[in-house]
Write a protein that binds this ligand. Sequence first.
Ligand code: FES
Length: 108
Amino acid sequence: MAVHKVTFLPLNKTVEVDDAKYPLADHGKPGSLLDIALANDIHLEHNCGGSCACTTCHVIVKDGAENLSEMQEDEEDRLDTAVGLTIRSRLGCQAVVRGDVVVEVPES
Ligand code: FES
């Protein structure tokens, strides 16, 4: 068990999550940024329901990229189609939090 701090920008809202309690909201991968956002009433689009089939959960990692699960091929392929893609982009439903992290939710 470990508690991680996740900050969502530009809201600047920080939540603490206990990874022993994953999944939190049952959306996307257990403990993903989407799972955490929805469990804490933070708005993050998720048109496909968290199954890596859209890009509406796109986030940009500002800090703590090493504390997210490694990107899998399906996420990489899907992310390629995201609007405003950056080298720090991840899909919120696929990136699982394993440490402190700061992410920005781009304006849609
Ligand atoms: S919610 Fe559709 S890819 Fe993440």
